[in-house]
Design a protein around this ligand. Sequence first.
Ligand code: AMP
Ligand code: TRP
Length: 345
Amino acid sequence: MSVSPTPAARPRILSGIQPTSDTIHLGNYLGAVRQWAALQDEFEPFFFIANMHAITVEHDPKALRERSLRSVAQLLAAGVDPEKSAIFMQSHLPEHAQLAWVLQCLTGFGEARRMTQFKDKSAKLGEGNVGVGLFTYPMLMAADILLYRPAYVPVGEDQRQHLELTRDLAQRFNHRFKKTFRLPEPYIPQATAKIMDLQEPTAKMSKSASSPSGLIDVLDEPRATAKKIMSAVTDSGAEVVFDEEKKPGVSNLLTIYSALSGRSIPELEEQYAGRGYGDFKKDLAEVVVEFVTPFRDRTFALLEDRDHLDQVLARGAEKAGAVARATLRDVYDRVGFVPPVPVAQ
Ligand code: AMP
Ligand code: TRP
């Protein structure tokens, strides 16, 4: 008989998602959020909405507020369970910004400048148009992670470099002061680590896609979503086979089909042998619609109950706050900050 581990014995995991869109896309879901729900029993989970990261680019306050709540509802709709996971809002815990400052002081200027996300975004917007927050984004992310001393961080492939910096900073702090941080490992399941754009299958699916038809937004009208699948770019030839190099479009669709149906890629290749792209896309459209329809319904129902969402966040912040405060106390002590005392009576 196997003995289930006690809660304290489970390794911790932590991850975050930015509330920068009205809806998560299929890449966010398959690459990250679905993993979060799947890992809840085996690990001790902390998941948060990175609303402080969301202001590193120009934003609308009203939209940010709405999207933050939508993000919580979507995590719940994806099966992240507040009984098992601490679900919280980054801005509710000041320790994130406080630790970020300490880590910024340990980060080299050149080291920060090498981050590809910063390079890409500043190249796109023009260096004169980006704020310093975009530059220090990775140090805030390192703080998000290190405060909780997690064993693993489940994210998509695009976050790997940020995790490497996080590990470097943890090691540097431990070495310079005293061993304080655990070095977290990325948890990136290869099959769904990078879902590609449907129109441009050599680029990752992203909310900043050049054309909306390449992006499956999970909360969109299911009929519109089915249409996007039907008009996805396929490759020359007619066989449904997985070959990322020669057939990036079909391979991406096979990845999505397999991830949503639970059937293996060889099994799908066999099923569609000699049948062409049309049948394949029609069936995939159905599989996607079967997933998004109940997901949308659950999300919109959850959004009707604002008190419930607020309570989920309140309980999450209580649980996460206890951990974050304890870590920050250690950090402040180790860097040599004099502790505050109450006013004598
Ligand atoms: P973001 O919306 O940038 O906060 O991303 C949330 C999570 O989704 C992160 O863990 C990303 O790595 C993941 N993610 C974003 N785009 C993709 C994609 N195209 N394929 C797989 N994972 C992705
Ligand atoms: N940078 C992440 C993204 O764009 C979001 C994020 C912020 C995050 N802090 C984090 C992810 C901490 C994991 C852990 O997807």
